[in-house]
Design a protein around this ligand. Structure first.
Ligand SMILES: Nc1nc2c(ncn2[C@@H]2O[C@H](COP(=O)(O)OP(=O)(O)O)[C@@H](O)[C@H]2O)c(=O)[nH]1
Ligand SMILES: [Mg+2]
Length: 361
């Protein structure tokens, strides 16, 4: 049975050659396997090295992505390129146990998806600090609870899937962040994953690309999956920025009113400051992959954003007044107004202010 090994890479020049050598050793005499490296145009030219390996051995293929970035989408691209009946994903830094590759592939005999698990008997996390173990366990527990997953390690980056099964669920994938296995397991529910244990090793060379932001990212992914994309990560970010605007508005009002301006001028200046701050944070964070960078785009963006926000404020007030008129309590009426105008603002800003195509970050 033909196997495709998918290796996502970013600056793994020092590891990738040895990874390929180690896989050669593991597969021994077998001919029916290939390696697909998906590299996001690494500055250390990992892709070049893999292309050189591929020139000598056609089983080694490299997809150098020039237009996109991100671990999950790299894995999905690699899985889509694989021609093997069985597809296996692993890190290119030796943290996943290469010796367990045959067992993980074999586990697909009786399952559509198989997970390499650190949290089963025989598995382990090696040299992690207590804090990191606690965090990983907490995230594992949260995802199992919220998404009703049965896997002991839904955060694993070491897993295998049958190609036909992957192709069946692929159109429903929404790869973002770095936890693609969690998303796959949700789509495979109620089918159970097979599991084999392995011990996580320290990275051999190079540095980790995943930073503290992964915690926020994990929370957003979990919410997105749990609400079936009703609450998208982007909308949550947008709402958080909106809340930050409230703080900015009060702070600006406090500073301006007491110092120089009369109350009408101070309120106007505070609202404008909050709106501009919202625009800047949304541009840099919520809509990062569509960010306006050229001056003209920024000016157009600010104007569109202010017009949409103005209409939103009007909608907000109209709804609140109308509901109060119908007899609803003011705080509840205002809450409905806020939610409805936020949704209006969000979709208009998505379609008009940041309508550009995604480009690499
Ligand atoms: N193509 C691609 N690969 C990535 C990206 N981020 C990380 N990787 C690779 O994914 C694997 C796991 O990333 P790593 O930095 O080791 O994460 P860690 O094991 O959680 O520290 C490694 O092989 C990285 O080179 C990315 O944005 N694009
Ligand atoms: Mg790693």
């Amino acid at each position: 049975m033909y196997a495709s090994i998918i290796l996502p890479t970013f600056n793994e020049r020092e590891n990738v050659h040895q990874m390929v050598e180690a896989l050669r050793r593991v597969f021994g005499e077998r001919e029916n396997w290939e390696v697909i490296v998906v590299d996001d145009d690494s500055p250390d030219r990992t892709w070049e090295l893999v292309q050189e390996l591929g020139a000598v051995d056609t089983r080694i293929r490299c997809y150098r992505r020039l237009d996109r970035r991100g671990l999950s989408s790299a894995i999905v691209d690699g899985l889509s390129l694989g021609v093997g009946e069985r597809l296996l994903v692993m890190d290119a830094d030796f943290q996943h146990d290469i010796e367990r590759v045959p067992a993980l592939l074999a586990a697909l005999d009786g399952a559509e998806i198989a997970v390499g698990s650190r949290y089963r008997e025989g598995g382990g996390v090696g040299e992690w600090s207590g804090a990191r173990i606690a965090m990983s366990k907490l995230a594992t527990y949260a995802s199992r609870l919220v998404l009703r997953l049965t896997s002991s390690d839904p955060m694993s980056g070491f897993f295998a899937v049958r190609r036909e099964s992957f192709l069946r669920v692929a159109p429903r994938l929404n790869p973002r962040g770095y936890k693609i296995l969690m998303e796959l397991l949700v789509l495979f529910r109620p089918l159970q994953a097979a599991e084999i244990s392995y011990v996580f090793s320290p990275r051999r060379a190079g540095v980790s690309k995943l930073s503290g932001g992964v915690i926020i990212d994990f929370g957003l992914s979990l919410t997105e999956l749990a609400t079936r994309n009703l609450l998208t990560a982007r909308f949550i970010k947008y709402a958080v920025v909106g809340l930050s605007g409230v703080v900015v508005q009060y702070a600006a009002l406090y500073l301006l009113w007491s110092k120089l301006l009369v109350v009408e001028q101070a309120t106007f200046a505070a609202i404008t400051t909050a709106a501009l701050s919202n625009y800047v944070i949304n541009n840099g964070w919520t809509f990062a992959e569509r960010r306006h960078t050229r001056l003209l785009d920024v000016l157009k963006g600010v104007v569109t954003f202010l017009i949409i926000s103005g209409c939103g404020a009007f909608i907000n007030q109209s709804i609140s007044w109308y509901l109060v008129h119908l007899g609803l309590l003011l705080p509840i009426a205002m809450a409905v107004g806020i939610v409805m105008s936020s949704v209006w603002n969000y979709f208009l800003n998505l379609d008009l202010t940041w309508s550009g195509h995604a480009r690499p970050e």
